[in-house]
Ligand binder design. Structure first.
Ligand SMILES: C[S@@+](CC[C@H](N)C(=O)[O-])C[C@H]1O[C@@H](n2cnc3c(N)ncnc32)[C@H](O)[C@@H]1O
Length: 224
């Protein structure tokens, strides 16, 4: 599987993630996550951080640290580091970020949430989807490597527990929603076969594995 290029920039692991269109179950999962996220977007100006090669249909703009990710996403994209966002204060109504906090060292994650808080308007929302660590993830990854489905492991900083993500969000925001996403069928999402997409209804009915944390925070209004 091409999981091509990556590099370390100022400590952050930046990369060109795999093309989800080549993985039919994964692609269906992204569509589902897009819907879940849309239910929590307030409308207005929306930014997606570290969008990789898939940007939310309602995002107006994205930022990415790996230049070529912007090619083909069909949305204005700014080359930039989420730890120091190239935007003025209070200009966004919503910010989405998926599966990227584990790409920066632990100590930098709070800086990203601080930046998100800075560029959001009061009452603006942050929506994060972050992978959680755990035995099932370790086993799945090991299987994928041994089957040759993944080639190089660049996970150097480790995923964030649900408690860690919640702590980062609740330091600045009121937590509005939180849930766990993940199914035993997640391994099939690496497959390129169209058959894998037929597993989606089963994937949906078996959300019993802690694979991702989905969390929505709202920026408080300033006191009168
Ligand atoms: C695992 S990929 C996830 C991509 C996409 N959000 C998704 O869910 O498909 C992580 C992405 O974060 C980007 N990234 C890593 N560190 C970053 C940083 N400090 N600022 C902006 N983007 C970053 C990488 O280039 C990569 O595209």
């Amino acid at each position: 599987m091409p999981h091509a290029d990556w590099a370390v920039q100022d400590g952050a692991v930046v990369e060109r993630p795999r093309d989800i269109q080549q993985h039919p179950l994964l692609s269906a999962i992204y569509d589902r996550h897009d819907e879940l996220i849309a239910d929590h977007l307030p409308g207005g100006e929306t930014l997606e951080l570290a969008f990789g090669q898939h940007i939310h249909p309602q995002a107006d703009v994205g930022t990415e640290a790996w230049r070529s990710n912007a090619v083909g996403v069909g949305r204005p994209a700014v080359l930039g580091d989420a730890r120091s966002l190239p935007f003025d204060d209070g200009v966004f109504d919503a910010i989405i970020g998926r599966r990227f906090l584990h790409h920066v060292p632990d100590g930098d994650r709070a800086d990203i949430l601080q930046e998100v808080h800075r560029v959001l308007r009061p009452s603006g929302r942050v929506v994060l989807v972050e992978g959680t660590p755990g035995l099932y993830r370790r086993l799945t990854k090991r299987t994928a490597f041994s089957l040759g489905l993944l080639d190089e492991d660049n996970d150097r900083y480790g995923h964030l527990s649900e408690a860690a993500v919640t702590g980062l969000v609740s330091a600045h925001f009121e937590v509005r929603t939180k849930r766990t996403l993940g199914s035993p069928f997640i391994l099939a999402s690496i497959a390129e076969s169209r058959l894998a997409a037929s597993l989606f209804p089963l994937y949906e009915r078996t959300q019993c594995i802690k694979w991702w944390t989905f969390i929505v925070g709202q920026k408080p209004e300033p006191p009168d």
